[in-house]
Ligand binder design. Structure first.
Ligand code: NAD
Ligand code: UDP
Length: 318
């Protein structure tokens, strides 16, 4: 196939954790991939192995500024995802999700491209409905420290549906629940990366609150498969659609699992719960299962082993 005949796919945030796995899959599938990233939380080493491929290209660019490329599909993943990083420069977080999303929707409109938004379970806030279905409107504090992310992601969804209604843009909205795996930053403050690194170093495991809050963790490769299925679904499938692993677990149980898998002597240390930290989170994925034929396949013990092995190799280089 000549290079120009391949589907041209833009991945914003392509040097980040999820973005790098997505770029890898798309390159393997023979697409012509443009990875756009401003390297705020992304790293060159995440995509270094892809650079020799003739169908892979990297652009350092901040999506809050206009971008002119010709593409058939856009995966809009650019945005820091961990609370520590998105709260570091909250105004930039909102700009990325709002100005950046307007720019990417404008690009999709001009090119007639399909565009997929990496939305989040945070649109449900601290949910009062459990498990969370797509028709739940959420329970979000609009002025708290998480609002720069939660409200900006909600606004991005609004923009997607307004472009769809107003301009007929071909949209896909994925609501991603907590996803983990290799290439998470070891210092991004997220629970799996924190606990794995702390356990491997034999340091205390920092549990916020009493550890009874729950999350449902999806292994990265399962999630990427869901994103690709959604992008390639018929036009009438717009979402929003939950993508995540419904296996719910308390934060304390995760700490104990990671201690057991690493054989660590780390002890648990308890710290104040961050403001507006959601109490319970579990996706209802019946829509993704019926519409996309998707469900996660990697059990947590297996995914955690791969993730721990990654951090082990990273720490060995320190
Ligand atoms: P990440 O921080 O590893 O990746 C985000 C990437 O976006 C980074 O490479 C960063 O440098 C880039 N970026 C940030 N602002 C940018 C800008 N203005 N212009 C260009 N690039 C920019 O996070 P991740 O976990 O890979 O998350 C990717 C996407 O998925 C995010 O949109 C996030 O909100 C969403 N998401 C992730 C999870 C999860 O559990 N990982 C859950 C829900 C939603
Ligand atoms: N958490 C914790 N210790 C840590 C990091 C996080 O107890 O060292 C808790 C955090 O308070 C939250 C859960 O783990 O209840 C998931 O946190 P994360 O930042 O990974 O994701 P999010 O809160 O965005 O779901």
């Amino acid at each position: 196939m000549a290079l120009r005949d391949r589907p041209r796919v833009l991945v914003t945030g392509g040097a980040g954790f999820l973005g790098s796995f997505l770029c890898e899959r798309l390159v393997q599938d023979g697409h012509d991939v443009i990875c756009v990233d401003n390297f705020y939380t992304g790293r060159r080493q995440n995509i270094f192995h892809l650079t020799p491929h003739e169908n892979f290209e990297v652009l350092r660019h901040d999506i809050t500024f206009s971008l002119y490329v010709e593409v058939d599909q856009i995966y809009n993943l650019a945005c820091p995802a961990s609370p520590v990083h998105y709260q570091y420069d909250p105004v930039q977080t909102t700009k990325t999700c709002v100005h950046g999303t307007i720019n990417m929707l404008g690009l999709a409109k001009r090119c007639g491209a399909r565009i997929l938004q990496a939305s989040t379970s945070e649109v449900y806030g601290d949910p009062q409905v459990h498990p969370q279905r797509e028709d739940y409107w959420g329970h979000v504090n609009p002025t708290g420290p998480r609002a720069c992310y939660d409200e900006a992601k909600r606004c991005a969804e609004t923009l997607f549906f307004d472009y769809y209604r107003q301009h007929g843009t071909r949209i896909k909205v994925a609501r991603i629940f907590n996803t983990y795996g290799p290439r998470m930053l070891h210092n991004d403050g997220r629970v799996i990366s924190n606990f794995a690194v702390q356990a491997l170093r034999g340091e205390p495991i920092t549990i916020y609150g009493d550890g009874s809050q729950t999350r449902s963790f999806c292994y990265v490769e399962d999630l990427i498969d869901g994103l690709i299925r959604l992008m390639n679904s018929p036009d009438e499938v717009t979402g929003p659609i939950n993508l995540g692993n419904p296996a719910e677990v308390t934060v304390k149980e995760v700490a104990e699992e990671i201690i057991a898998l690493t054989g660590s002597r780390s002890t648990l240390s308890f710290h104040p719960l961050p403001q507006n930290d959601p109490v319970r989170r579990r996706p209802d994925i019946s829509l993704a299962t019926s519409v996309l034929g998707w469900q996660p396949t990697v059990p947590r013990a297996e995914g955690l082993k791969k993730t721990i092995a990654y951090f082990q190799s990273q720490l060995a280089g320190e």
